[in-house]
Design a protein around this ligand. Structure first.
Ligand code: UDP
Length: 244
């Protein structure tokens, strides 16, 4: 698409959303038979599959850590996921995204329970439409829970951008291409920010507001992730609640 004259008209974005609205989002937990845990996610035009294996033996063995599980995260874009064919295999971008996404999730995984083992997370982007790294983190978090990996809580992620001088939640592809800034954020349920990157420019005041918008977006995503797990496993009752 050529650059539209305006991306926001009368307070509405070109896809009809308000400034503070997420795209349509649908999680489905436990969709792959051979993975220990999995999640399929549609996040606007993004289609993402996450698969988790583990805790399992580490190969090669010299990577083992005697006191905790190692976490490995592979973000991969399918060749057919983008308009211009993506050359298969890792590149600088996917290596960076794999690293920051792993770090975004590690803080909630109880790695100390599984010394010498590995938890492997695979994220396949089947269709990309801006915001794939945050989509991958959301799906991976649900897949980890589906695999029964002990976690302190879930991690949720979304991006806030600046378009036509306005802050908007969850950029679509045109907004990402022609906007002025993109701020992907991940947050755990304790309110700790576990990923914060930025492309482009914002003032300090805008950055503060953008972070608040991202936090609100993450809270909404958390509800959807929780719902996807309830759909598969039913309402969880904690032992304390059960005693009453
Ligand atoms: N993209 C693409 N080809 C590539 C890499 C990215 O078409 O090789 C598109 C894709 O739609 C992606 C968007 O550019 O979602 C934005 O990429 P970015 O690196 O900002 O990461 P993302 O927003 O997906 O986390």
């Amino acid at each position: 698409m050529t650059k539209p004259e305006k991306l926001i008209v009368d307070g509405k974005r070109l896809d009809g959303r308000g400034l503070n609205e997420l795209r349509p989002i649908r999680f489905k937990a436990g969709v792959l038979k051979r993975a220990d845990g999995s999640c399929y996610l549609e996040f606007g035009g993004n289609k993402v599959m996450a698969a988790v294996y583990g805790p399992r033996e580490v190969h090669p063995r010299h990577l083992q850590n005697a006191s905790r599980a190692i976490v490995r995260y592979r973000y991969n874009m399918a060749a057919f996921s983008v308009e211009e064919r993506k050359r298969p295999g890792p590149d600088r971008r996917s290596i960076e995204i794999s690293k920051v996404s792993r770090e975004a999730l590690e803080s909630v995984i109880m790695q100390e329970l599984y010394p010498r083992s590995a938890i492997d997370i695979f994220v396949e982007i089947l269709q990309a439409d801006a915001g794939t790294r945050v989509a991958g983190i959301n799906a991976a978090s649900v897949a980890l829970a589906d695999a029964g990996i002990p976690m302190r809580c879930l991690v949720s992620a979304c991006a806030v951008g600046k378009v036509d001088g306005e802050l908007v939640l969850d950029l679509n592809k045109d907004e990402d291409n022609y906007g002025q800034a993109d701020l992907p954020v991940a947050m755990n349920q304790f309110g700790e920010i576990t990923l914060c990157q930025m492309d482009g420019h914002m003032t300090e005041e805008e950055f503060g507001r953008a972070l608040d918008m991202a936090i609100e977006g993450c809270k909404k995503l958390h509800q959807m992730q929780r719902q996807a797990l309830i759909e598969k496993y039913g309402e969880m009752v904690s032992p304390a609640e059960e005693a009453h």
